[in-house]
Write a protein that binds this ligand. Sequence first.
Ligand code: CAA
Length: 386
Amino acid sequence: MSTGLSAMSFYTPHRYIELAELAEHHGIDPAKFSKGIGQEKIALPGHDEDIVTMAAEAAKPIIDRYGTDGIDTLLFATETGVDQSKSAGIYLHGLLGLPANMRNVELKQACYSATVALQMACAHVARKPDRKVLVIASDVARYDLDSSGEATQGAGAVAMLVTANPTLLEIGTVSGLFTEDIMDFWRPNHRRTPLVDGKYSALRYLNALVEAWRDYQANGGKSYDQFSRFCYHLPFSRMGEKAHRHLAKEVKTSVDMDQALPGMIYNRQIGNSYTASVYLAILSALDNSDEDLTGQSFGLFSYGSGANGEFFDATVQEGYRDHLFDARHREILAERSPVSYEDYIKLWQARSGADGENTVMPDEAAGRYRLASIDDHKRIYTDRNA
Ligand code: CAA
């Protein structure tokens, strides 16, 4: 029996700032962003959007198509949690009307925790093949204004349905693992934005990739030439290009960038989505291929600062196209609109509720779910259709 993904769906807010606009404001060459870091747009949540509303938008199409039968666990992975105690998954549970008899927990380790959630989910459905797990990766990547990380902001969520005998992607049982205690990117509890040693983080990312790859090989993983596609954690797409080149060097082969570029199409339009990023890359590779990918294997690298790396693999299942939401994904991206630099600043300053003041949120979300207010320290989420 195999385990893996039977459905994947993403959501990103409907506003963005063009990186060319940011470059103009800073008086720098726009090619630094379009070529140097390989990004075009930064997705911007409204004041009434956060990891919970994005997760609800991402998960709802899966629930509508497949129902809730058998789902007994919800694992919510995020770096941008909205509460120190309550799992964001419980707000999501309420918004989506999920069954009461299920587990529900939030997982944290920078951009990496969705991979732990996925592996735990696969282990669970291997033990109980009649059960399913909803894995959510949802994050708002927000850096200080005028910092070097500013151009690598973004926001998005990916929802995944993990089952036995999956219909979309079988997740391989071999993983290459790596952990080291470093300070490359972190966010102490008192901070809304991370502290980051940008250049160091990029170097540690590449080191973690090699270490995880070596461990993957030592554990009997597939060889490099068995993969048709590679999907990387993408803080910015140029990082994925560097990673792909670095891995090819490690295995002493010539680099074929066409194996990695399809995974970067969505990221260039959305920006960093932390935990969701490598899963957005998988969706990008699946949705944007005219070729039938049935039976092909993807090499996957997940990185979380602090730091962890995991190299693992997925194999595309026969009939996978029937389980994509590619039309919806294209529509979400096509219906977005750009904002001016001034409006970007207003959105960047969106209230977090950390000051404890009651706040009614302006109605800005394009989707069905929104954070209506923070009332007596409680986040009040609403469903427009309820
Ligand atoms: N035309 C073309 N290219 C240009 C250019 C121009 N006019 N101007 C500059 N460039 C190139 C530079 O040569 C450079 O290329 P190389 O990387 O090949 O040297 C690239 O654009 C970036 O320029 P800088 O190195 O000067 O950029 P920077 O220092 O201002 O910022 C960064 C880069 C440090 C990565 C910064 O974006 C950052 O701190 N980002 C946040 C941290 C991050 O994303 N780290 C990645 C690894 S950690 C991780 O993956 C976890 C996570 O999600 C955060």
